[in-house]
Every structure is written in structure tokens, then in C-alpha cells.
Design a protein around this ligand. Structure first.
Ligand code: DON
Length: 576
């Protein structure tokens, strides 16, 4: 028997274990080839979910702008091009790698709860009303995107391109308009009820004939005016002038609690990223108030205890072990994670190798662990997904990865009158009541309870991976709520364990488990039937469901940088 094992191991070393493994890929969008989602270049690369945004970023890089300059220009452009997922009424995170200093900083410009917020603000007759945390004025948290981009410009810009020049392409897009593309038309349809409820939103997204449709011209004059003001007067004008006044007025008129004081107090935080290792690689990702980095590293640490490559990606044991690791990581998310400025978050413990070893030891190789049997005794609860991510490497080898959002499609659905700004519904990322799932089915605990000035817990995970020589290897991230963490994880496993090319790593079908609901969500066709059968016998509830995450990846290869935009969307990578 031992001899047999040795032969298998030797065969493995010389064959499938070292070779790239064939992955089951998704189909590209209609009219596109898979190859059109990939680009290669020597000097610099950007992968973004929109071709015009990528072009704008590329121009900045070609003019000698650094990764942060490109990130600022792309963020403003995306706020015009993707109002369903990001914008001046939202927030986000950015990870910046400074090659010369060999240092990464994490910038938090996610929304914060208004000063008048309180933990039970969504309870009506002691029951959480999640409609209130998801739609309309009460769902709005204080936007910090513009302050974040201003902070980035003041501290990390390359110095060759002016603030005005970074915003001008976005102003042109808003003023001259663009044609409504399929996903935007679909998003307007999906949220037409809430958009039509507010005249300020209806004015933007509805024409004479009803909701704007694919191919129609989309001009945003008010947004162009707002952007021009920010370009000419500096980012502070957003917080100390007519823009915040209009946001506060609109929100209050519709029953919300924002106040001008919320805007005066806006501050941006620089943080140390959370770091870990996986096999020979170093992982650098977003710390709390995102759960992304800590949970990603926790799951990778658990998986390091298992030889995934030996059995390959489409083996029931591999699928089982990855699921169990995700289940444990997401349970800790729900129990421990929140804004570390308000609650103590045991990031060191959660990301330690010893802890992962004990969790790995708790995994039975024969059967699934029911999620409820894992839950700690004292009541734990649940957590929450429309967003945008881009990844950039500049000619000097610096990198920026940023995920930005207004939360679900069109956020709260409420636009601030006269500004063109669609306001977020990020309050729904708090735990509105113990055990009540948010819009992503996530549950939270005390750690993520609402408090004035607190940041709601996020899953956004802009991430860098460095190779064993300390060189930047991967820059990536994604939208998708909790599926962000597992989309980043699936991509890293595909690259490191299954030796996929960057395009395959992103295009490969994905799996997801978030502790509760206790379901193994797989993209249709990911596993062969016999693997699904085996998993079901082991006690996994396998659910086929599409994966809407859109990974944007820049990867180092022997030939230079390769950019990949997720074939599940309409993005395009560009480099030179
Ligand atoms: O911060 C978070 O985790 C969520 N607000 C992200 C929302 C998201 O990714 C929506 N995208 N599909």
C-alpha cells in the first residue's frame, strides 16, 4: 500500500500536479470572445469593468500618471458610467503599493453611520424592517468617496497630472452622455419601483417613455455640474457647500436623519493592511472595517493544511475541504468582525496559523459540518451585495486595487436633488437586528451593530499577492457582497494551486459558502454530476446559482503584465 502511494506521488510530481489543470470556464458575454477579456503589456496595465473607464485610466498612465492618479480618474469615470453600482454618493477601499518604499497602505473611505443613527433604528414593533435599511432616505450612510479620492490625491498622487485633469474625462462623459448598455438598462428595470418613487431619481433614469432602455442616450447634466464644482473648488466643497446641503435636504425631506454636521466631521483613515502567507506567497489585503482580508487569510490558512493540487479542483474531497474552510471563515466574520475603531476585532487570532490548524482539524473528511452545529452558544446572527472594482499597475511597478460601492443596485434609490448623485444604502451592511439577514443573506452580531460614526462591516477585498522573491504577483478584487471574498479566494487557488493562466483563473466557474444560509452555491456546471452526488451524500446542500462577482485581475507573467476583466461582465483590460 505504501509502495502504491509512493508511485502515485511520483507520478503526480511528474504529471498533473505540476501541470496546469483544465478548469471549467464560463461563457463570455454575447458578441465577445474569451480572449477579448485579456490583455498583455510590458509597462502598465488596468483591468476595469468598463471599456471607457479603462481607456481613461490608460491615458493617465501613458501621460506619466502613477497608479493613484489613474485610480482617481477611473473612480470619477466609473461614478458616471456605472451609477447602478458606485458614485459620489458612496464609498470604498483602496490598497496602494508603493514600489520604491516596498510598502502597502490601505485607505478606508467607506460610508459611516450618521451621528443620529442608533442601533435599533430599523426596528418597528421590535421587528427589523429591512425595507428601511435598503430603500430610501433612512438607508443612507454618510458618503466618503470624494473625501477618499481627495485624500489619495493629496498624499499619493504622482504630481504630474492636476486634480482638474483627472476629473475632466468624467465631466465630459456626464455632459456629452453615452449609450445605455445592456446591464445598466437591466439594472434600471430591476429597481424601477424605487427609482420612480423619488422625482429626483426618476428625472435621471426615466425618459418620456418610461425607464431608460438599452441604446438610449444617457446624459447626466446635474452630475456634470457637481463634478465641475469638485474639480474647480477641490474635494472639500462636497462636504462644506451646496452639495452636502442638497444631500441633507433631500434625505430629510424623505424621512432620513443625515445632518450637515455629519459632513463637517468626515475624515479619511490610512490603515495597515492585513497580511498572511499562503504556501510560498504573501497575501496583503483589506483590514476591518472590511472583513475581506481577515476572512480570506483565515480560509487560505485552513486550506494550506490540505494538498489541494494533488486531487485537482473537481474532486469531491477538494470541494468539500474548500467549503468547510469557507464555512468556518464566514462564521467568524459574523461573530467577530466589525469596525475596529468601535469594537475589539481579534484579527491576529483569526489570521493565525495555529488557529487555522485547529479549525482544519475540526473538518471531517467524510461529512459536512452543519453550520448551526458550529455556531457559538451565545446567539450569533447574520450579514449582506452592486459594486465595482478595478486593478492597476503603473510603469514604476506601483499598484492600486480599489473596490467602490453604493451597496445594492442604485443604493437607496434616492438621488440628491439637483446634484445627479445617487445615494447609497450602506446602512444595510450593519446588523440591523440579531439573526436578521441583510440583502446578501448575511447575519451579524454585536460587533457589527449600528452606532453613530461607525463603518458598516464590508466584504470588499482589494488584495495583492507577492511571490516568494517579494515581487508583486497579483492585483485583484471584485464586487459581489460576500461572494467577493470567495471570488478572490477561488482566483488565488486557481493561480497558485491549480496553475491556471490568469484568464482561466478568472473565467473558471466558482463556488461559495457563507456559513448561513447553509448552502454550497456553485455556478451551474462547475462540478461533474458524480461530484455533486458525493457532496450531497456528505451532507452538503448544493445549490446551482450564477455568480455575479466580477474579478478584475492584473498578474505578473514571464512576459510582463497580463490584465483580465471577468468574462461575466463587460469589462476590458488595457495596457501599454
Ligand atoms: O461592502 C460590502 O460588502 C457590500 N456593500 C458590497 C456590495 C456589493 O458588492 C454589491 N455587488 N454586487
Amino acid at each position: 500500500m505504501r509502495k502504491f502511494r509512493l508511485i502515485v506521488l511520483v507520478l503526480c510530481v511528474f504529471s498533473s500536479c505540476t501541470k496546469p489543470q483544465k478548469l471549467n470556464l464560463v461563457d463570455p458575454q454575447p458578441g465577445r470572445t474569451l480572449e477579448s477579456y485579456q490583455a498583455a503589456a510590458k509597462s502598465a496595465m488596468i483591468a476595469s469593468p468598463n471599456p471607457q473607464a479603462s481607456q481613461i485610466g490608460l491615458e493617465v498612465l501613458k501621460k506619466g500618471g502613477n497608479a493613484v492618479d489613474a485610480a482617481i480618474a477611473v473612480s470619477f469615470a466609473l461614478s458616471v458610467l456605472r451609477p447602478q453600482s458606485t458614485g459620489l454618493g458612496g464609498g470604498g477601499f483602496l490598497l496602494f503599493y508603493d514600489k520604491e518604499k516596498n510598502k502597502t497602505v490601505a485607505i478606508d473611505f467607506r460610508e459611516v453611520a450618521p451621528l443620529a443613527a442608533h442601533r435599533d433604528m430599523y426596528l418597528r414593533d421590535d421587528k427589523a424592517d429591512t425595507k428601511l435599511s435598503q430603500d430610501g432616505a433612512l438607508a443612507v450612510a454618510v458618503p466618503r468617496l470624494v473625501a477618499g479620492l481627495g485624500y489619495l490625491y493629496d498624499n499619493y498622487a504622482g504630481g504630474k497630472i492636476s486634480w482638474v485633469d483627472l476629473i475632466q474625462p468624467a465631466i465630459n462623459l456626464a455632459e456629452q452622455g453615452f449609450k445605455i448598455y445592456p446591464r445598466l438598462a437591466e439594472a434600471i428595470q430591476q429597481r424601477k419601483e424605487v427609482l420612480t418613487a423619488f422625482p429626483s431619481s426618476k428625472k435621471i433614469f426615466f425618459g418620456k417613455e418610461g425607464p431608460l432602455r438599452e441604446g438610449e442616450a444617457f446624459v447626466q447634466k446635474d452630475l456634470a455640474k457637481t463634478l465641475t464644482e469638485i474639480a474647480k473648488q477641490g474635494w472639500q466643497v462636497f462636504y462644506h457647500g451646496g452639495i452636502s446641503w442638497s444631500i441633507v435636504n433631500t434625505v430629510r425631506r424623505h424621512g432620513g436623519i443625515l445632518d450637515l454636521k455629519d459632513f463637517y466631521h468626515v475624515k479619511i483613515h490610512k490603515m495597515k493592511p492585513v497580511t498572511g502567507t499562503y504556501r510560498d506567497y504573501k497575501i496583503v489585503s483589506m483590514p476591518p472595517p472590511s472583513s475581506g482580508g481577515a476572512v480570506l487569510i483565515e480560509i487560505l490558512n485552513i486550506l494550506e493544511e490540505f494538498p489541494l493540487r494533488r486531487r485537482g479542483p473537481y474532486n469531491a474531497r477538494t470541494a468539500h475541504v474548500i467549503t468547510e474552510a469557507m464555512r468556518r471563515g464566514f462564521m467568524d466574520r459574523a461573530v467577530y468582525l466589525g469596525d475596529a475603531r468601535f469594537v475589539k476585532v481579534p484579527v491576529r487570532g483569526i489570521t493565525s496559523k495555529e488557529y487555522a490548524k485547529s479549525l482544519a482539524a475540526s473538518i471531517s473528511l467524510k461529512k459536512a459540518t452543519p453550520s448551526n452545529s458550529l455556531a457559538p452558544q451565545h446567539g450569533t446572527l447574520n450579514e449582506s451585495d452592486s459594486t465595482t472594482h478595478f486593478s492597476i499597475v503603473d510603469q514604476a511597478g506601483n499598484a492600486a486595487a480599489s473596490t467602490q460601492t453604493i451597496n445594492t443596485l442604485f443604493g437607496s434609490g434616492l438621488a440628491a436633488e439637483g446634484t445627479g448623485i445617487v445615494l447609497n444604502n450602506e446602512m444595510d451592511d450593519f446588523s440591523v437586528q440579531a439573526g436578521v439577514p441583510n440583502s446578501f443573506g448575511l447575519i451579524g452580531s454585536e460587533a457589527n451593530a449600528i452606532a453613530p460614526g461607525k463603518v458598516p462591516l464590508s466584504s470588499m477585498s482589494p488584495t495583492f499577492v507577492f511571490d516568494s522573491d517579494g515581487r508583486l504577483f497579483l492585483v485583484l478584487g471584485s464586487p459581489g457582497g460576500p461572494k467577493i471574498i470567495t471570488a478572490v479566494l477561488n482566483t488565488i487557488l486557481n493561480m497558485i494551486d491549480f496553475k491556471a493562466t490568469p484568464l482561466q483563473a478568472v473565467a473558471a466557474k466558482r463556488m461559495h459558502h457563507q456559513w448561513l444560509p447553509d448552502q454550497l452555491m456553485v455556478e451551474p456546471g462547475l462540478y461533474p454530476e458524480e461530484v455533486v452526488e458525493k457532496l450531497t451524500q456528505m451532507g452538503h446542500a448544493v445549490e446551482e446559482t450564477p455568480n455575479a462577482s466580477l474579478v478584475m485581475l492584473v498578474a505578473r507573467t514571464k512576459e510582463g503584465w497580463v490584465g483580465v476583466a471577468d468574462p461575466r461582465g463587460a469589462g476590458v483590460p488595457m495596457g501599454y
